[in-house]
Design a protein around this ligand. Structure first.
Ligand SMILES: CC/C=C\C/C=C\C/C=C\CCC/C=C/C(=O)SCCNC(=O)CCNC(=O)[C@H](O)C(C)(C)COP(=O)(O)OP(=O)(O)OC[C@H]1O[C@@H](n2cnc3c(N)ncnc32)[C@H](O)[C@@H]1OP(=O)(O)O
Length: 285
């Protein structure tokens, strides 16, 4: 029969630890701190300058999430950024530009791992989005249980892949559809919309917009409401609601990797990504 997500996760967690040993980095790209509320950890993304998803960062993130998931003292995680410029700029374009198919395969598998780890987490996940959040960066908020965005015009959020000449994979699209609905997703995805805070709230891609200096405290008070519900009841309900969406990725993982690798290896796609990266480097503040 079809292996379930838990089976996949066990196998992939081992790969992650092996990869982490390979990086052997001195830099700490993810910082986990206990919060003032018992049972709640604050996980800070710290891959300067913009928390783009390098393979190393993804690996460290997954290992930290796995540790928290297995530590019975924790019931919830607030995920936020420790980089002043961004919550996350999404996929690190240097990982999907100018590399070989083996690299693209490994990279995509790890991104899928992160999605499954977050989407099927038994913990309450709250995203405290204190900076811009683009494309793959939305993977964290979209798999969280609740999203709080800083009220700042720079804090744009959305799946802008089409603007890079690429398409968001179905497992980015599915949670978006589950959150904001079919028509709004069709619009947002095709146009690659990045929503400023008021519009983000209106379309429902975030649940709350608050001044930047209140993002963390609001996340803690929302967390308290969620933790008032007995874990077992909440977890069963979360799993019931999310399993059909998660099973689609578990079932189609290999095909999705093949599609990604052949798509990203095309010369035309490589050209548009390189142009986008060059444009980013020109448009500096
Ligand atoms: C038919 C289909 C079949 C199959 C489909 C299967 C799969 C689909 C195929 C592909 C799917 C790929 C999915 C990809 C998802 C992504 O996430 S792509 C990345 C999208 N991200 C963005 O568009 C955000 C880009 N960044 C910004 O807009 C800004 O940097 C910022 C708003 C986050 C911050 O702005 P500033 O404060 O002005 O800072 P800078 O712009 O100067 O950035 C600092 C530094 O960082 C570099 N950088 C920024 N983002 C990235 C990135 N994503 N990757 C790599 N590097 C990045 C930027 O160039 C600067 O570098 P330096 O110039 O300082 O060296």
């Amino acid at each position: 029969g079809l292996p379930d997500a838990a089976f996949w996760w066990k196998e992939r967690a081992t790969c992650c630890k092996v990869r982490a040993r390979r990086f052997g980095s001195q830099r700490q790209l993810v910082v986990v701190e206990p919060s003032s509320t018992a049972g709640v950890a604050v996980l800070k993304l710290k891959n300067l300058p913009v928390n783009s998803f390098s393979l190393e960062f993804l690996t460290e993130l997954i290992i930290n999430l796995e540790k928290l998931e297995n530590d019975k003292t924790f019931r919830g995680i607030i995920i936020t950024s420790d980089c002043p410029k961004a919550f996350s700029a999404g996929v690190d374009l240097r990982e999907i530009c100018g590399k070989n198919p083996a690299h693209y395969t490994e990279y995509w598998k790890v991104l899928q791992d992160l999605w499954l780890r977050l989407y099927l987490s038994n913990l309450v996940l709250i995203s405290a989005i204190n900076g811009p959040c683009a494309a793959g960066g939305c993977l964290i908020p979209l798999t969280s249980d609740y999203r709080i965005l800083a009220d700042n015009p720079k804090c744009l959020i959305g799946l802008n892949e089409t603007r890079l000449g690429i398409s968001a994979p179905f497992w980015f699209k599915d949670p978006l559809v589950n959150i904001i609905g079919h028509r709004a997703s069709e619009h947002a995805l095709q146009l690659g919309l990045l929503f400023p805070p008021a519009e983000a709230l209106q379309v429902g891609i975030v649940d709350k917009v608050v001044p930047k200096d209140q993002v963390q405290s609001t996340a803690l008070s929302v967390m308290t409401q969620w933790l008032a519900i007995p874990d077992h009841a909440r977890q069963l309900t979360k799993n019931m609601i999310r399993k059909p969406t998660a099973d689609l990725l578990v079932k189609h993982r290999d095909t999705d990797i093949q599609n990604f690798v052949s798509f990203i290896s095309r010369d035309s796609i490589q050209k548009s990504l390189q142009m986008y990266l060059a444009k980013l480097k020109q448009n500096k503040d």
